[in-house]
Design a binder for this molecule. Sequence first.
Ligand code: SF4
Length: 258
Amino acid sequence: MLQQTGVERVKKKYVEFLELFPDIETLAGASSADVIRAWSPLGYNRRALNLKRTAELVVAEYRGQIPRDEETLKSFPGIGPYTAAAVMAFAFHEDKAPVDTNISRILRRLFGIGRDVAKREDALMAQKILPLGKASAWSQALMDLGATICLPRKPLCHECPILEYCDAAPKLIAGGDEDTAPKSSSPYVGSTRYYRGRIVEALRGVPDGSSLGVLDLGHMIRDDFTSSDLNWLQLILFGLREDGLIAIEDSGDVTLPV
Ligand code: SF4
C-alpha cells in the first residue's frame, strides 16, 4: 500500500483491509473483484491484484510463510527492489536499505548529489552507509526525517539533527535553489493512469454478475466523451485486461474480474 502512496492516505485503509483479509490464506482465497473493491480509494489498483497473487503463491508454494529471501521476494508480483528491501529490513531485520523518495532526497541533499546521478545509485549508496544490525531503525528514522523536517519544499534545516553534515543546507537556508531535487513528474489528471483509475472506480460500483457497456463507461469517466474516443478507451481497457484488473465479456461489456 505504501508504494508511491503516503502514510496518511494508507493508515485507515490498511486497518480496513486487514479486517476483511486478516491472513494470507483469506486473501489468497478471495475473489479478485472483492480485493479490487476493498482497495478503494488507494489507486494504483494493480497493487491489489499483485498482493493477492503473491498471497496465492505464498500459500501454494511456501506453506503460507513469507520467504526470508530477497531474490525470492523480488520474484513475486509487484515486489521490486524497494519493497523487497523493506520486507527484509522491517519484517526480518536484515541489513537491507529500502530507499523511498524521502530517503533518496535526504541522501542527495546530505552528500550534494546532482540530478545527473541516476536514481538507482541512491540505493547503492544507502546500502553502503547502512549501520549494520540497525536497518529497520535507520530506515524508519530517515523516512520520518524526510516526512517531517527534510521536506521536499522548504526543509526545516535549523531543526535538523544532521544539519552540520549536510552539503545542501547552506544553499537551502539562504533560500537558493538546490540542484539535487528530483525533476517534477508529469501531471496526473488526464493521464492514462488517471483514466485507468477512473475505470476501475466505476466498475467497483457494479455488482458481481453485472457489467457495463463501453459507451456508458466512457461517459462515466469523462464528461466530454464521444464515440470518437472509443478507440482511445478500448486501448486503455485492453491494458487493464492484460493486467488482470478487468474482464471484457464477449459482448464487449466490461466488469471486474471474478
Ligand atoms: S540540513 Fe536541511 S537539507 Fe540537509 S538533511 Fe537536514 S533538513 Fe535536509
